[in-house]
Write a protein that binds this ligand. Structure first.
Ligand code: SF4
Ligand code: SF4
Ligand code: SF4
Length: 313
């Protein structure tokens, strides 16, 4: 990873490290799993989103909610439209608009889980409530294991998992590639099936990567940096992006090519080597827990201010 550690990244690494510390006997094994170049699952599926083709019609958003039986989020539109401002516990998929200041340039962007090849959410969860499907590579959530600690939220470098604050038995909500509703029935996900322009398409990861590179070769200079976001970013993902504007302007962070868990393994190794590891690790863990708790209180207060149910955990 080329970028230096920011405070947020340090907390994420601490979260991942704390999960490893909490299950110390498996730490060695966990560390061994995080390779410098994580490999895709044999039948890895994927999604290719080409922002230059997207018209912002949001058919994919409506389809996502229908297939996943999620209610409309009309809080920001006075009850008129499903118009969430961001991903939330009712929204696994969102189309956002980017406008360059004063330059007249704009682009839509679709956001959902990236289904990372080496997911930080999986490493950050101390109870294995998140896991990567060994065949298709889909990152899934198991409610029977989750205790609602929300470490996955902190660990995810794309800020994807969301917590159901308004439920007595909250879930972690994120895109699971419609695996039970569609993939296991041999059908494609709701969003890709609904897109009328082909801006987002479904397929095998390898085939989608080849298609993305074909488009770049066919239109030199059209795409930002002639690059496919997700090919190597954060160790590689199963969702790819093509865009005419800088990826970071679309909310896609510059994370370097190491996966977060691999990077955390390297940082932990250095901490252990030079600074009496366990003490440092527990210190960082305390920071993460403190920050998590403050954020938790803030979200709870916001929710209660809107008149929601008191939080149950
Ligand atoms: S984008 Fe976040 S939630 Fe999705 S697999 Fe990657 S780390 Fe997990
Ligand atoms: S794959 Fe399914 S859950 Fe994920 S964004 Fe598309 S419709 Fe939503
Ligand atoms: S359905 Fe396709 S064109 Fe419409 S907003 Fe979604 S990705 Fe863009």
């Amino acid at each position: 990873m080329s970028a230096g550690l920011t405070r947020r990244e340090l907390l994420r690494l601490a979260c991942i490290g704390s999960a490893a510390a909490a299950v110390a006997p498996v730490e060695t094994a966990t560390a061994a799993v995080h390779s410098e170049k994580p490999q895709a699952a044999p039948g890895a599926v994927g999604m290719l989103y080409d922002a230059t083709v997207c018209t912002g019609c949001k058919a994919c958003m409506a389809a996502c909610n229908q297939v996943n039986e999620l209610p409309a989020d009309s809080a920001g539109s006075g009850g008129l439209y499903h118009a969430p401002l961001d991903l939330n516990s009712k929204t696994k998929n969102i189309i956002k608009l980017y406008q360059a200041p004063n330059a007249g340039k704009w682009s839509f962007v679709k956001r959902q889980c990236m289904h990372c090849l080496d997911p930080a959410c999986v490493s950050g969860c101390p109870f294995e409530a998140l896991s990567k499907d060994p065949e298709k590579g889909v990152v899934r959530w198991d409610g029977s294991r989750c205790i609602g600690c929300r470490y996955c939220e902190i660990a995810c470098p794309f800020q994807i998992p969301k917590f159901e604050w308004d439920k007595w038995n909250p879930r972690i909500v994120k895109c699971e590639f419609c695996i039970t509703q569609r993939l296991e029935k041999g059908e494609q996900p709701g969003c890709t099936g609904a897109c009328p322009t082909g801006a987002v398409i479904f397929g095998k990861r390898d085939a989608l990567l080849a298609e993305a590179k074909r488009r770049i070769a066919a239109s030199p200079g059209k795409y930002f940096e002639n690059r496919v976001y997700g090919e190597k970013d954060a160790g590689g993902t199963q969702v790819f992006y093509l865009a005419a504007v800088p990826f970071k302007d679309l909310g896609l962070p510059e994370l370097g090519t190491d996966s977060i868990p691999y990077y955390a393994t390297k940082v932990n190794a250095k901490l252990y080597k030079w600074l009496s590891g366990p003490l440092v690790l527990y210190g960082i863990l305390a920071l993460a827990v403190n920050r998590n708790w403050k954020h938790h209180r803030h979200e709870q207060e916001q929710h209660e201010a809107k008149g929601g149910l008191p939080e149950q955990l």
